[in-house]
Design a protein around this ligand. Sequence first.
Ligand code: HAM
Length: 414
Amino acid sequence: MKYSALKGARDIFPPDIYIWQKVEETAKGVFSSYGFQEIRAPIIESTDIFIRSIGETTDIVEKEMYTFTDKAGRRITLRPEGTAPVVRCYVENYLYNLPAPQKFFYSGPMFRYERPQAGRFRQFFQIGAEAFGIEEPKIDAEILSMLKLFFVKLGLKDLNFELNSIGCKKCRPDFKKALLNFFSTRIDRFCPDCKRRFILNPLRILDCKVDACISLREGAPRVTDFLCNECREHFDTLLSLLKLLNLSYVINPEMVRGLDYYTRTTFEVKSETLGAQNAVAAGGRYDRLVEDFGGPPTPAIGFAIGMERLTTLLRSLINHTIPSPKVFIATIGSTAEKEGLVIADRLREKDIWVEIGYTGNSLKSQMRRADRLSADYVLIIGDDEINSGKIKWKRLSDGSQGEIPFQEVYDFFK
Ligand code: HAM
């Protein structure tokens, strides 16, 4: 019987894992310099949380959630994204009582039952960040420049930042009316999903991925033409701050995002080399979600980075040679073998990576393994060394060698 990972789920192991670790370290470093603190929310949540936030008529909620009933009959969902759980945590733990802004980052697996393809998985990983409590566009600019700095630190300088504003509850009704007007003359030619969306949530028609619907919505009203004065001003100020910070962007008035909770600023960071699934990161404001979850009115903004897409971009950039041990201890004979084991343990206490040879391996095959592992040093211990009280060392990079007394070996590698 041979088992394989589920469709759309991947193992991550060396050497790829080193890219993942590098990304995680970089995120932690950059996000901390902007005052973001780590938050860890559960992977399972009550299903309602996602229906309420992402929206009943979105693809995620309609088609992609891994939902099940637990033994007590509760409806539970494997999180398809990280914002709703963070908002639930923020409200449940009264974090709004702390001084604003409260800024958090998180990382971990998300689950969506999508059709797997390059860059699209059913279990995928995100690193995300969310900032609560500030309405000013200054924090939108900070969030975007934090994202840019993160990518630049990883060596990615040519990603495209696409921005839009999708308004607020004040400007939405007029936009919705214009959409209904536009679609009413042609809705019979749209896919069955869009026909339903027309009744329930016409904005979602703008996010349909069906080719026919994409061409049918050409010329549809654009949300940016319906922004109220406050939203327009927010957006314009943000754009001027981005200029100040030297962050280049393009405005994409057609970007609506696939989740219902967004208000005002939305953005996606895209790469030209990724193919169809080209968004490496995406996010925006969700100024009403905290209130929807039972908290006080609290503006908020955040984003999530797709780890699989990002690591694909980085594979050719980051030198991911497998790290190598500092010391390899090769031994001949059972007394030396025991001595070697003790020395290895002591060196490891000093955080030195040590590999040892195993029983039955000749010195030659142990040396070959040391070479394959690219160890910096080999220590050789046999009967002669035990009798003379000195260990032979060899540096593999230049072949230099010498001897050191047993008790000095710990200082030698300091
Ligand atoms: P999202 O656009 O659904 O937004 O996902 C963000 C990123 O996750 C995408 O740009 C993509 O890189 C990655 N991603 C999404 N689905 C998949 C998949 N099936 N396979 C691989 N990668 C994927 C959100 O999730 C929001 N929570 C972002 C946010 C945070 N907005 C505000 N705060």
